[in-house]
Structure formats: C-alpha cells, structure tokens
Design a protein around this ligand. Structure first.
Ligand code: MRU
Length: 357
C-alpha cells in the first residue's frame, strides 16, 4: 500500500538486514528501521515496533533468518525460536511461523541453512500478501451486497488496526474496504480509537488517509450509539487467534462491539488468514491473554505545538491500572469469517468445511 504515494510493504529483507516501518512512531514520523540481530527482532515484536498477528508472524520468520546469520549452531537457533515465540503470547501466527520455519530447517545442512530460511521467510511473506488480497475479494461481495440494497455510502466500523500495517500488505479487515473503494463503492469507516495504544487512531486512520478513504475516529465507546442510530452498516475486525470452534480473540474491546452489533442487528464479520486459526485449543479460556505494562494506560504520547514528540502522565500518580490487551468474542456473536478461501460460518462445521479438515 502507499505512503506519500510510494508503495511499501511493512517488512522486507535487503543487504542482510530486515527492514521494518517503526509503528511506534506513526502517525507523526515515518521511520524505516533496520533489524540486524535476533535481539532486534525480539525487541521489535515486544515493543510493538511491528505488531498485528500476521506481521509479527513474518517478523519471527525473519528473526530466524537473523539468528542463522549470527550463529548456525542448532542450540542457538532453538533458543532464538523460543525467545521469538515468547515475545508476545496471544497471536497464534508467531508459533505458527516459528513451527513452519523449524520444520523446513530440520535436516538441512549447516551451509544451506541461511538460503533455506530466507526462502521460507519470503514465501510466508508472499503467501500472506496473497491471502490478504483474497480476503479482500471475498469480503468485497458483502460490501457490494449492502451497497446494492441501499445505493448509498456504506458505513463500516473497525476496531484496532487490522490494516496493511498489521500484515504485509492489504490488511485483513481493511482489505475488503480497499477493494470496494477501488471498485468505486462509496465507503466511510468509523475507526475505533482503540485505547490504550490507539492503533485505530494512529494507524488505521493514518493508512486509510494515505489511500484516500473517508474515515472518522471515534472513542471506543461511541460505536454502540452509532449502531442504535443506524449509522453502521457492518463491522469488520481482525483477530489474533481464532479457534476452530469459531471463537475469536482480538484486541480488547472487540467483544463489546460484537455485543452492541448483535443487539442492533448489525452484521459483525471477522477477517483472517488461515495462519491465525488455532487448530489445537478448543476452550477459549485457555487462550493466553497478554497483559501489558500499565504505563501504556497512564501515559500518552503526542506532538506538541512545536512539533516535539512528548510523553505525559495522564493518571493520578498513585493510581493502579490494569492493561489486558485482548478479549474473546464467542462465535455466536460473529456473523461470518472472511478468509482467503471464502466466507464461512464461525463454527467448527463452517471452518472444517472451508479448510477441508
Ligand atoms: O496489539 P496489536 O496491535 O498487535 O493487536 C492487533 C490486533 O488486535 C489486530 O486486530 C489483529 O492482530 C489482527 S491483524 C490483521
């Protein structure tokens, strides 16, 4: 997708270095950062310089490439894999990518390790782009149907950033929106701010602006009244882990949006590539929910009138706060899953049929 009219992916490999767009600096600064070591890759995932389930999966795959560049010793690669898997617990794409890389590397001779790892990381990257593009084509059908019915601007609500910044290109939740926009369907996006890190305001609105798609940032609590007033035609969100039962784990606050959508008969779709499906876990209470530093709540960063980026405390100094990063939306509140293969019911039957399991 584009920034200042120039096409970018969110991650790429060049001259033995992994290049990323530092997402902690957006929207005020656009900085391309070099990851040179496995430590850099782990830190980038932990501090959310890269974020979003598909992108952290790909960063982990490239992390293995960086580990091999540093040291081809198998124990070192194993330790690096563990560090990468543990860098963030909720998105299943991390485990999925590391598992796939290690499978590919088993029985490979030392002098070929780097070539094989690099090829596989690039393949994961290209596959994600294709999958996200297909999610766009599949989701477009739903938007087209809504437009055909009323012949007026389609209002879509999204939460967090499941945009191209969260993937390699296109995004998941945003991909149908980009396709619809390209087809000339008038779209307007309600962008949930997504406290505490404001991925909606800082990232989704930023990338929609770059693509010229009308959007309005709202606080996380505004969606309910907009749905009651008939100002939301559909919701589309992403996911960090969807169980084969159809239960969806996504950014904190997604569940409350799904409840409001259910109460107001607003269709609630979840867009995901198959790399985000957890085929093992059956009970959503067993999904590890990341708890991040409470400083993400108590402090906020912004630009002052002299263009300096500043972080300030916004809470009483001695107040306690709690920062759960994800929640669960039970399958019964999900209208459908938009995948690279098509749209299916959020249920064991629907998912198994779609993926021939
Ligand atoms: O904590 P983040 O910013 O990594 O959370 C991201 C999300 O919740 C996204 O909705 C999810 O990863 C899907 S990305 C296509």
């Amino acid at each position: 997708m584009k920034i200042n009219g120039k096409k970018y992916r969110t991650i790429w490999y060049e001259n033995n270095v992994v290049k990323i767009i530092d997402q902690t600096k957006l929207p005020h600064q656009f900085i391309i950062k070099d990851l040179k070591t496995i430590k850099d890759a782990v830190k980038a995932i932990k501090t959310m310089e890269v974020r979003g389930a598909p992108l952290i999966g790909v960063t982990a795959a490239y992390g293995i490439v960086l580990a091999i560049q540093e040291n081809k010793n198998l124990d070192f690669i194993k330790k690096s894999s563990e560090e990468l898997v543990n860098s963030r617990p909720t998105a299943i794409n991390l485990q999925w990518a590391i598992h796939r890389m290690n499978n590919k590397l088993s029985f490979v001779k030392s002098d070929k390790l780097l070539d094989v790892a690099l090829k596989e990381a690039k393949l994961i990257c290209d596959e994600d782009v294709k999958f996200c593009e297909n999610i766009g084509f599949n989701g477009l059908k739903i938007i087209q149907e809504i437009f055909n019915k009323d012949n007026k601007t389609v209002n879509i609500l999204t939460h967090c950033n499941a945009g191209w910044l969260a993937t390699i290109d296109w995004g998941t939740a945003t991909s149908p929106i980009y396709q619809a926009h390209r087809k000339g369907i008038p779209i307007h996006v309600w962008v949930d701010e997504t406290r505490p890190r404001n991925q909606g305001a800082n990232l989704t609105s930023f990338e929609l602006n770059e693509e010229g798609i009308p959007n309005t940032i709202i606080t996380d609590n505004t969606g309910g009244i907009l749905m009651q007033r008939g100002q939301v035609d559909m919701c589309i969100v992403g996911t960090d882990r969807t169980l084969s039962t159809g239960d969806v784990c996504n950014k904190i606050g997604t569940y409350l949006k799904a409840l409001a959508a259910h109460d107001n008969n607003v269709p609630f779709y979840v867009a995901l590539p198959s790399s985000t499906i957890d085929w093992e876990t059956k009970d959503y209470n067993k999904i590890p929910i990341e708890e991040r530093n409470s400083e993400e709540l108590s402090h906020i960063e912004g630009k002052d009138d002299k263009n300096n980026i500043k972080k300030v405390l916004i809470y009483p100094e001695n107040s306690k706060s709690m920062n759960l990063a994800f929640d669960i939306t039970p399958a019964k509140y999900v209208t459908g899953l938009i995948t690279e293969k098509g749209i299916c019911q959020a249920s064991t039957v629907g998912i198994n049929q779609m993926f021939n399991r």
